[in-house]
Design a protein around this ligand. Sequence first.
Ligand code: URA
Length: 241
Amino acid sequence: MKQRLSQILFSQGFGTRRLCAGLVWNGEVAVHGEVVEDPDAEFETTGLRFTVAGQEWPCVDRALILLNKPAGYECSQKPKHHPSVMSLLPAPLRERGVQPIGRLDEDTTGLLLLTDDGTLIHKLTSPKHHVPKVYEARCKHVLTAAMVEQLLAGVELKEPEGKFQRPPEISKAEAAEIGDETLLRLTLLEGKYHQVKRMVAAVGNRVEALHRPQFGALVLPADLKPGEWRWVGSPAEVWGQ
Ligand code: URA
């Protein structure tokens, strides 16, 4: 589909139509390596890449990105005590309504997915779809075989209202490395509030640091530093297709 350049910029979160036209008039926008100064110039949007002030952007119907979440950031859009993860993203991504897919605690680090696709958020957070999430929990005390067995068998988590949740589904729990008896690596198929911390507490230990290296089939890239983000090509990469 062909669209005018100012319309394309508008759809990608670069502000009002007027602001978008202004970016073009000011010579800040280049398409296929050439500065375009006519906001009404039309381009085929499929596979289009453009630059604004030197930064490259893909033209996408829906944005899907992964962020290496550092500690000290809240996933909420209206954070209470710490800055929001949204402050780590450039304005066009915030402007187009990108939001976290599920939440990590303020002190949890690792792979956080964000999108402006409401249907995808629903699918990836719904317990029905059983999307595996891998966590590495550094525990205060040595993890005994009994603790790991208890986690695999399923622990009961008390909700704030006093009800018991059914045991969380855990597909794998192991003391991660020989000689490292306080590191627990586990894969959860659901995402309840403070789930890992509450599960570890329920077996008599305590999480001191929590990291998520994997969400679905997506692994946190080794060269992505804390606070940095990257485009994900398509949701199929999360499903492993
Ligand atoms: N479980 C937790 O306890 N905290 C997180 O941030 C994620 C899973």
